[in-house]
Write a protein that binds this ligand. Structure first.
Ligand code: HEM
Length: 512
């Protein structure tokens, strides 16, 4: 045997032995991510762990995660993956309370989350922790007071739903058009929030903004980054190969979204120079333009870009999805639609329709419609899963040992569907479960029903979103009968939010 052949044989033997050792060490888990004794885990492939299954199930990720909880019959389990941090998942309300409230200081979004979400959220409220987050939360919370709700926000929602009626629904009814309800809801919530938060009229209900597609593409990209290694590289290859050459690159999407956000800031500055009015002097953007950050400086345009995009994520997608899933469920359950319609007709009389102050007060009395909205968010939470990082070792109430630096996750989507939490009928759509024998709304622990998050980072817009949704549901139901389009299936698409794969196609009839 020559020296070269001998060397090759030895090298091959070393590779085979090392591979055999790796296969022996990681027979069903990700490379460098062995199972931990005390935590149930989902057995996967040697070295790849759960990667392949995750890729296959990416569009139905949270349904897949729900299947695993049920298969392992557990409230807490670990995923193992090579090359991305493994996840400890839980739906146990006691653990969730511990993470979100009791030991809040130990769990932050952290640098990993911030890096993967940076294109979209930058240093805005969703991606930051500590003092930077606290200052933003304090500034933003100042717009959420009863006077604004009653005198300003209700009027905005009324105006925008009237625009939707005039420019979309009436036309669709008259011309017998098929429309994508989900897309219309995104435009409605976008225009409403732009007016409330930035005092800007976008009119995307009248003509669709290019921004929307880029915003959705960035969301999908960010979601995949959390679950699939080398997502950025895959995206680049797709962009540069011939087949995908038409597609915009992620950087081009970022530019589109940035131009949109900077456009809003510029328009707002111009408006401030021309005239002052009480409404826009106290809106969200104005408050951020006139506040100082932790260094004592006014916010830069980049900071303001982050603010605009974070609040669009908060104000547009979440509520639009909640409305889309509400009408999906009403169309699937005509008897429930009929009950909501009866409540709407009882409370929203013609004189109340045009009186925002009375409308705001009346909406609070609509128990059944609230129950429907909460039930939708139980089964179809707009934010289906959440992730944070442990700053130090910790032990959860169920005994799970968490190590410093671990990524941990809880899933509102799964929490809503697990029989161990909601009983045998967990997967059924039953608004009645939210109503007590006395007819009032039942308050459920926010650690069991986490649709709006809980603890110090509870959603700031919970009341705003609920008001917007109930007004929109009432006005649309009162005026129109929507119908499903035969052959069109509404399918969940998992992004950062719980989206609809091909939207929701409907036809519209005016009610007499
Ligand atoms: C149905 C509608 C909505 C749902 C289901 C929802 C849900 C949530 C959830 C789950 C979070 C936690 C996200 C995270 O930390 O990663 C959150 C945070 C937040 N939401 Fe909402 N949201 C809704 C509407 C709104 C609206 C209309 C606003 C308006 C401004 C808003 C403002 C915020 C803000 C500012 C935060 C960040 C809170 C913080 O980190 O301190 N949300 N929301």
């Amino acid at each position: 045997m020559s020296i070269d052949a001998g060397f090759i044989s030895i090298a091959a033997a070393v590779v085979v032995c090392f591979s055999a050792f790796l296969f022996y060490k990681y027979p069903d888990s990700g490379f460098l991510d062995p199972p931990r004794k005390s935590i149930p885990y989902k057995k996967g492939l040697p070295l790849l762990g759960n990667l392949v299954e995750t890729v296959i199930n990416i569009d139905r990720y949270y349904e897949y995660v729900c299947d695993i909880y049920e298969e392992l019959d557990t409230f807490t389990f670990r995923f193992t993956q090579p090359l991305i941090p493994s996840l400890t998942n839980t739906v146990d309300p006691k653990n969730v309370e511990h993470i979100l409230k009791t030991n809040f200081e130990n769990y932050e979004k952290g640098p990993y989350f911030n890096k993967l979400m940076y294109d979209l959220v930058g240093n805005g409220i969703f991606g930051t922790d500590g003092e930077v987050w606290r200052v933003q939360r304090k500034v933003a919370s100042r717009i959420f007071h009863v006077k604004n709700f009653r005198d300003k926000f209700t009027r905005v929602f009324l105006d925008q739903i009237n625009i939707a009626a005039m420019h979309v629904f009436d036309k669709a009814a008259e011309e017998n058009q098929v429309i994508d309800f989900h897309d219309i809801m995104l435009r409605f919530t976008m225009d409403s929030f732009a007016q409330i938060g930035f005092s800007v009229q976008l009119n995307s209900l009248i003509s669709r903004a290019e921004f929307a597609d880029s915003f959705d593409a960035l969301q999908m990209h960010a979601f995949r980054r959390f679950l699939i290694p080398f997502t950025d590289t895959i995206e680049r290859i797709k962009h540069y190969t011939h087949y995908w050459a038409e597609r915009k690159s992620i950087q081009q999407h970022v530019s589109t979204v940035n131009s949109f956000a900077y456009g809003i800031i510029q328009e707002r500055r111009k408006k401030d120079l021309l005239h002052h009015d009480e409404d826009s002097d106290s809106d969200l953007l104005h408050r951020f333009m006139t506040c100082k950050n932790v260094d004592g400086n006014y916010l830069s345009d980049t900071d303001l870009r982050d603010t605009v995009l974070n609040f669009i994520i908060a104000g547009r997608d979440t509520t639009a999805l909640a409305l889309s899933w509400t009408f999906y469920n009403l169309l699937m359950h005509p008897e429930i639609e009929e009950k909501v319609l009866q409540e709407v007709q009882h409370y929203i009389t013609d004189d109340i329709e045009s009186d925002p102050v009375r409308l705001y007060e009346t909406v609070q009395k609509m128990t059944y419609t609230h129950a429907v909205f909460y039930e939708v968010l139980r089964l179809y939470p707009s934010v289906p899963g959440e992730q944070k990082e442990a700053l130090n070792d910790d032990v959860w109430p169920d005994g799970t040992q968490i190590r410093k630096g671990d990524q941990i996750s809880w899933q509102p989507f799964v929490q809503g569907r697990i029989t161990g939490i909601w009983g045998a009928d967990a997967k059924e759509f039953k608004p009645q479960r939210w109503i007590s024998d006395e007819g009032s709304l039942i308050r459920v622990s926010p650690y069991q029903w986490t649709a709006f998050n809980a603890g110090p980072r509870v959603c700031l817009g919970q009341n705003l979103a609920t008001l917007e949704a109930i007004i929109a549901i009432s006005f649309m139901l009162k005026r129109y009968k929507f119908k499903r389009v035969e052959g069109h299936q509404v399918i969940i698409l998992n992004l950062i939010t719980l989206s609809m794969k091909d939207g929701m196609k409907i036809t519209v009839e005016k009610r007499q």
